[in-house]
Design a protein around this ligand. Sequence first.
Ligand SMILES: NC(=O)c1ccc[n+]([C@@H]2O[C@H](COP(=O)([O-])OP(=O)(O)OC[C@H]3O[C@@H](n4cnc5c(N)ncnc54)[C@H](OP(=O)(O)O)[C@@H]3O)[C@@H](O)[C@H]2O)c1
Length: 445
Amino acid sequence: MQEILDAILSGDATSADYAALALPESYRAVTLHKDEEQMFAGLASRDKDPRKSLHLDDVPLPELGPGEALVAVMASSVNYNTVWSSIFEPVSTFGFLERYGRLSPLTNRHDLPYHVLGSDLAGVVLRTGAGVNAWKPGDEVVAHCLSVELESPDGHNDTMMDPEQRIWGFETNFGGLAQIALVKTNQLLPKPKHLTWEEAASPGLVNSTAYRQLVSRNGAGMKQGDNVLIWGASGGLGSYATQYALAGGATPICVVSSPQKAEICRAMGAEAIIDRSAEGYRFWKDENNQDPREWKRFGSKIREFTGGEDVDIVFEHPGRETFGASVYVTRKGGTIVTCASTSGYMHQYDNRYLWMSLKRIVGSHFANYREAFEANRLVAKGKIHPTLSKVYALEETGQAALDVHHNKHQGKVGVLCLAPQEGLGVRNHELREQHLTKINAFRDI
Ligand SMILES: NC(=O)c1ccc[n+]([C@@H]2O[C@H](COP(=O)([O-])OP(=O)(O)OC[C@H]3O[C@@H](n4cnc5c(N)ncnc54)[C@H](OP(=O)(O)O)[C@@H]3O)[C@@H](O)[C@H]2O)c1
């Protein structure tokens, strides 16, 4: 492993040098253990502690299949799916691995008693499998997390529609929170040259998701001038949605839960910011009943920022807690676009406000190959920036996941895998200099 790292740090190793490097038989990886699936049974979600379920193990290097690559991972990031996996909610991820394992002898490699997590990476290609021409050892890359088989015509227009669509490192094994990862080469994208390894590893999953959900015609198809209500605007998804709204000539109305998070939204350039904690919204009167007066109070607050207009798009992901309010505050003909249900997936809303006002609810999930490419291209061009706030060592991934689980983080949380320290991997210093303030906007707040 040291030889691989030395080659990467030297900055001048050739593709032939990388191809000549011996690969280790095992590598260090953040894992879940199948025999611990029930370890949190009976506990409330909040009390399930990722530090207990996430392990740092030596695991064998998987066999490389056709169309795949082994990548030396310099850095990765924590996504909310790392949290879901680590607390075994809403289901244990080992069920995903078992199902995937039944598909073919090749996918059977994924069905193991341990699960290497992680749906983001920045690193260097070590080996490519049969049939791979576009990538070679030594290429500096990031990976998006869409794993598809594409054997069915269902996925041929929009790769997210593939019946065998999976999220790599969540529904497949050999993820990015490790020293080496196994990906399909169609997941690979060029690493943005002006970013460090940890910065480059942080946007992938959330940036691509926000791109499809908000910008793509497969999602809300945002246009110039739209008012966009963004829940959790300083969080993983929201910090990219806010940037897309601003870059696309729309007006983000950012919802956050503290003055500190409001400050981050201001640093991104947003002006309309609602602190939901300070306003004390109680959309639910009790477990089963919502309070439409609170929806109305929330709507009035939005109108204060928009000169009386309602929102064209709601960027939804909190789910049960906010969905009734989201449907209510959307303008006539507007769109509620949802990709998650953090606070609960059994939503309740007053359907009269939906049908009488001809609103649409659109479901969105990650991004297709092309959308992931477009989202990464915008990062590489310095038009969308990483929102990295804090970086942890690989052995501290449990703590990093706990921070995200308890909503103590800002933007994205990074993890160093092979990288011995932060700040390495920048190849275009000039472009970096141009955007340094924005790149660091989430740091030290
Ligand atoms: N389908 C997909 O492809 C996809 C992709 C990425 C993420 N997701 C899902 O989307 C959700 C958010 O992911 P993320 O990476 O953005 O997580 P995150 O970094 O934790 O950010 C979510 C933000 O939402 C806000 N929030 C949380 N609970 C809320 C509630 N009850 N009411 C209002 N706001 C609330 C919080 O902001 P404030 O406290 O500041 O309001 C929080 O910072 C997760 O469930 C994740 O699994 C889905």
